[in-house]
Design a protein around this ligand. Sequence first.
Ligand SMILES: Cc1cc2nc3c(=O)[nH]c(=O)nc-3n(C[C@H](O)[C@H](O)[C@H](O)COP(=O)(O)O)c2cc1C
Length: 256
Amino acid sequence: MASNDSTSKTIIVALALCIVCSVIVSTAAVMLRPAQQANKDLDRKTNILAAAGMLQEGVSVEEQFSSISTRAVDMATGKFTDAVDVATYDQRKAGKNPAMSDDLGDADLAKIGRRAKYMLVYVVEGDSGLDKVILPIKGYGLWSTLYGFVALESDLNTVAGLGFYDHAETPGLGGEVDNPIWKAKWIGKKSYDAENKQALTVIKGSVDSSRPEAVHQIDGLSGATLTSKGVDNLIKFWMGKDGFAPFLANLRAGEA
Ligand SMILES: Cc1cc2nc3c(=O)[nH]c(=O)nc-3n(C[C@H](O)[C@H](O)[C@H](O)COP(=O)(O)O)c2cc1C
């Protein structure tokens, strides 16, 4: 009989251990997948509610989100579409898939390369109709692509809130995009001017509130000019003709 120190026994024990461990790891991965998906979903809903300034403590996110409907927008027409199933559609993946997205070429102000053909938007209905619309935004800062949401009031012009849920800018510098004090500066700003021209902008330095254009301007982040410029570019892109401007115009006209 082979001794316990024999090469064959050592290999058998090692192999058995590998098989047992891989079964445990793959079972755990499969069993935890639904929980991971549920957490991801919860996180997305929390971020949407937070950007719109609707997140309340002590009320479940699911309950708060029940007043929000998720709709897909065809970016070519600026109209709602049923071309994708909003429950399963992965916008980030679609944005990288040439069959599901468009190359932005010279129009790529936000430095994202491609824009998904269909984008998910979130519509908040109140007792008297449309209350808010929450739009996804993304664009390159200094080190990373920033992903977030901007919420507009029912006039589809006044900013109800803005927030980023994913980026890798430097904490304390570009990372100050997450600072609640800076995010609060967006609330009440107007995206378009009286002639419906795009006007929302992040400036370098502080906004002079005595100037009439202050209603469209947000203070730049000090020491983070490049991240601020990235946010300025991305907001201009998504509020513009290659972003959500056609959809907002259709929604305003009741033709989305
Ligand atoms: C380690 C390190 C991290 C930085 N992170 C950022 C950043 O996240 N965002 C940013 O705009 N600038 C960042 N900067 C600063 C930029 O390099 C650049 O100096 C700055 O954006 C220019 O802004 P200013 O014109 O206000 O000086 C960082 C600099 C260093 C040394």
